[in-house]
Design a protein. Structure first.
Length: 263
C-alpha cells in the first residue's frame, strides 16, 4: 500500500479541483437547493406547533444538518469512473505503483475539501439567520460521527460498484442516477424517514439508502435510541461491508475482461 504516493495523489487532485473551484461551488450550491426547499415546506407546515415530533426550528436544524451530511457522503467521483473505463484512461491507474482505488479516493478527499470551503460558511450563515433548535448530547455527537463515517463508506462503495459496471455496459451512469433518486426518496431528503408512509418507511429501514444520509442525522437528533439504535448500526455496518465486498468482486471480474485500448 503506497500511502506516500496516495497522499501525493490527493494533493495533485486537490490542485486540479481548485482550478475549477467556481464550477464545483455552483455544483455544491445546486445540491443544497432541494434540502432548502423542503426545509421551508416542513418548517412552514409545522407553524407554531409541531409536526412529526419536530417543531419548525427543529425542521430547520434537520435540513441544515442534511445539507452537510449529504455533501460529506455524496461521491461525485463515481460519476467519472465509467468514463475512465470506457475511454481507456484506467490504463494510467493500472500502471501507477499504488492500488487503483487510490485514484477515486484521492478525488473524493480533494473534492470534499473544495466543496466544504463553500458549504460550511453558507450553512453557518443560514444557521445564524434561521435560528435552528438542536437538542443533543456529546454521546449522540460521537455516535453520529461514527454513523457519518459508515454512511460515507457505504455511499462511496455502493456507487463505486455501480460505476464499475461500465466494464460491461455503457449505461452504468443510469444506475447511479437511480441510486440518487432512491436516496432522495428513502434517505430522509423529501421528508424525515420516520414521517414517511408505512410502505416507504419499511423500504427505507431495509434498503441501504437511509443509512447513506438520514441515519447519522437521526442519531444526532435522538430520533433513534436503545434497541433501534443498535439495530440501525448493525444494518448500516452490514450494508457497508456488502458494498465493499461487491466492489472488490466487480473490480476483479471487470478487470479480467478489460481490454487495454485507448487512454
Amino acid at each position: 500500500m503506497n500511502h506516500k504516493g496516495g497522499w501525493a495523489l490527493i494533493k495533485s487532485s486537490w490542485l486540479s479541483w481548485m482550478q475549477y473551484r467556481s464550477f464545483f461551488f455552483i455544483l455544491a450550491f445546486g445540491w443544497m437547493i432541494p434540502p432548502l426547499i423542503y426545509m421551508l415546506v416542513w418548517s412552514g407546515a409545522a407553524g407554531a406547533g409541531s409536526l412529526g415530533g419536530l417543531t419548525s426550528q427543529e425542521f430547520i436544524a434537520y435540513y441544515l444538518l442534511l445539507i452537510l451530511v449529504n455533501q460529506l457522503t455524496y461521491s461525485q467521483t463515481n460519476w467519472t469512473v465509467g468514463d475512465v473505463i470506457r475511454m481507456g484512461s484506467i490504463n494510467h491507474w493500472l500502471l501507477r505503483p499504488m492500488p487503483p482505488l487510490y485514484n477515486p479516493l484521492a478525488s473524493e478527499v480533494a473534492g470534499k475539501v473544495v466543496t466544504m470551503v463553500f458549504v460550511l460558511p453558507i450553512s453557518s450563515v443560514l444557521a445564524l439567520v434561521l435560528h435552528p433548535e438542536l437538542h443533543t448530547s456529546w454521546d449522540r455527537v460521537g455516535l453520529a460521527l461514527l454513523a457519518l463515517a459508515f454512511a460515507w463508506l457505504l455511499r462511496f462503495f455502493w456507487g463505486y460498484w455501480l460505476a464499475l459496471l461500465a466494464f460491461w455496459t455503457t449505461r452504468a451512469d443510469a444506475l447511479l442516477a437511480l441510486q440518487d433518486s432512491l436516496v432522495f426518496l428513502l434517505a430522509g431528503v423529501v421528508a424525515p424517514v420516520w414521517m414517511l408512509p408505512a410502505g416507504l418507511k419499511a423500504a427505507a429501514n431495509g434498503l441501504p439508502f437511509r443509512f447513506m444520509v438520514g441515519f447519522p442525522i437521526e442519531v444526532l437528533m435522538g430520533q433513534v435510541s436503545g434497541q433501534a439504535l443498535f439495530i440501525g448500526f448493525g444494518v448500516q455496518t452490514l450494508w457497508a461491508a456488502a458494498a465493499v465486498i461487491i466492489s472488490t468482486i466487480v473490480w476483479w471480474l471487470g478487470l479480467r475482461r478489460y481490454a487495454a485500448i485507448g487512454g
